[in-house]
Design a protein around this ligand. Structure first.
Ligand SMILES: Nc1ncnc2c1ncn2[C@@H]1O[C@H](COP(=O)(O)OP(=O)(O)OP(=O)(O)O)[C@@H](O)[C@H]1O
Ligand SMILES: [Mg+2]
Length: 512
């Protein structure tokens, strides 16, 4: 066979309380090839990979590596068989450096005693070169953007020379240029005989990179074949049992008065440069403004300035023409701003609270009359959002940590919408959510805009910015480098503007 099977699951079943996450699955993982996994949020993709990587164990069924039946109780045991995984959600230590994060589990020792920091640093430097990133081994991971952290996660798995490498949505925070780089690395690994599992909701990406495809639906494998001849329609049919759901038809609606204005917003970095450099913009009621740019262009930082995360930021903000003098995030939410952050797991959710509690965390006032919380009203609002956002849950009282990655994203979006904002700031709104849910989120965005909400969203996805925005701003190096309306915007013009004044070093601080 062209691509020998390196690992297989037979009759694999995984049961969580209240959920059958994987049901009687047969899966073959081919070496020297890219095996892609696709399915709606909560279909069981991450679960199937977690049992292979030793994070979870099957309730029933068997796993084979070659002819040997195996059970992995820990990721270390799986690693001994050459299995590595990059998790969907980031698992880095923000207060350690890039090099420390990459080698945390397997400190490179010299003479078995002290850790050879220099060797780690050199190895990290080589990995970053391979990934074509200007990230310094001594940078603190907490200072990096989500996309860069994702690159570090990938580097971490490369450092360990896995024979089977699982990438669970590695590109959800990467823009086109970084995806290209990752794909080149994947081609190299493939020719070295590594078996790669690749999970993504970007269907075109899957078709481009995959050699084999497996589709999951409600824990059941509904399709498995070689990628030859597979198109988007085939995937969607197997994913949701019908052909492509229509993307939102545009509802044309008139804009109102200006709802939000930023004047000369700037934010310095601790290294001396400017992360946000004199940004001014204006937004009308009902308008959707897309901000496109490459990783490190300052887009997320601008949204963070607007919501009040950086008290030291310069410039003025106005809501409905009135100066926004509140400095705190809570104060600004009260004035009608809401932010859906990029790093939803760490910024957006309290993992130990229930789904309901997370959703209503920012909008508790709404449910309070006098001093009494109306639990009934809270519950019905939550139920309404669960339905609207198609969140797949056993019960809203379960911990939010029991949700699949994509469904957690939807909880964060619901949470922001529940505060009833005038201006919604969204950082990568479709990150990690499946094609059906994405259409739903876009539809909700359009509908809210039609009701008068002003929306500013940041995306690395060209198609997304083109199809969703009434107006598009491009940022590069902290500055606005282009402005287009719906009619005049072209892919080429946006890409060109996103590269203006682009020097790769400004994203990162110099090592101390
Ligand atoms: N620790 C857990 N406790 C209870 N239920 C869980 C747990 N982890 C996952 N589940 C449930 O198992 C099902 C499958 O989840 P999984 O994370 O495998 O989905 P997924 O296909 O990776 O989805 P996504 O695209 O959103 O990442 C979901 O219904 C999820 O709620
Ligand atoms: Mg998942």
């Amino acid at each position: 066979m062209k691509h020998p099977i390196g690992l297989s699951i037979r009759n694999g079943t995984k049961v969580y309380p209240g959920t059958i996450a994987l049901s009687d699955a047969d899966f073959d993982l081919h070496l020297g090839a890219v095996n892609v996994l696709v399915g709606e949020n909560g279909a069981g993709k991450s679960t199937m990979m977690k049992v292979i990587a030793g994070v979870e164990q099957l309730t029933d069924g068997k796993i084979f590596v070659g002819d040997e039946q195996v059970t992995f109780k820990t990721t270390e045991e799986a690693a001994r068989y050459g299995i590595g995984i990059v998790f969907q959600e980031l698992n880095l230590f923000p207060n350690l450096t890039v090099a420390e994060n990459i080698f945390i589990a397997r400190e490179k020792t010299r003479g078995h005693i002290d850790i050879d920091k220099n060797a780690q640093r050199e190895r990290t430097r080589a990995l970053m070169e391979r990934l074509e990133q200007d990230i310094d081994p001594d940078d603190l991971v907490g200072d990096l953007r989500v996309g860069q952290q994702q690159i570090v996660e990938i580097a971490k798995s490369l450092a360990h020379n896995a024979r089977i490498l699982i990438l669970d949505e590695p590109t959800s925070a990467l823009s086109a240029a970084e995806v290209e780089i990752l794909f080149r690395v994947i081609y190299d690994l493939k020719s070295d005989g590594v078996g790669i599992v690749y999970i993504s909701h970007r269907l075109e990406e899957l078709i481009k990179i995959g050699d084999y495809i497996t589709v999951l639906r409600d824990g059941v494998i509904t399709g498995a074949r070689s990628m030859e001849g597979v198109d988007v329609d085939w995937i969607v049919r197997n994913m949701i049992g019908e052909s492509g759901k229509d993307f939102a038809k545009e509802i044309e609606h008139p804009f109102g008065e200006e709802v939000f204005r930023a004047e000369h917003v700037s934010l310095g970095s601790s290294g001396g440069g400017l992360l946000v450099d004199d940004v001014s913009l204006s937004l009308k009621h009902g308008e959707i403004l897309g901000i496109y740019g490459l990783m490190g262009a300052g887009r997320s930082e601008f949204l963070e300035c607007a919501i009040g995360r950086h008290p030291q930021a310069m410039g003025k903000l106005f809501i409905d023409g009135e100066l926004l003098s509140e400095k705190t995030v809570a104060g600004r939410i009260k004035r009608g701003l809401a932010l859906i952050p990029e790093d939803r797991k760490n910024d957006g959710l309290v993992q130990i609270l229930s789904i309901r509690e997370n959703m209503t965390l920012s909008s508790l006032m709404q449910f309070t009359r006098g001093f009494h919380m109306s639990l009934a009203r809270e519950k019905s609002t939550v139920a309404d959002f669960v339905k609207r956002m198609t969140i797949k849950i056993a019960s809203p009282e379960n911990a939010v940590s029991s949700l699949s990655g994509g469904n957690q994203q939807k909880v964060v979006i619901s949470k922001a919408l529940m505060t009833g904002p005038k201006v919604l700031l969204m950082d990568e709104p479709s990150r990690g959510i499946d094609i059906g849910a994405k259409a739903e989120v876009f539809r909700v965005m359009r509908k809210l805009a039609a009701e008068g909400l002003g929306i500013i969203f940041v995306t690395s996805d060209l198609d997304e910015v083109m199809s969703l925005s009434d107006r598009i701003l491009v940022m590069s190096n902290g500055r606005i480098t282009g402005e287009f309306d719906r009619e005049t915007a072209t892919n080429g013009a946006l890409v060109e503007a996103s590269a203006i004044g682009h020097t790769t070093t400004t994203d990162n601080k110099e090592p101390a």
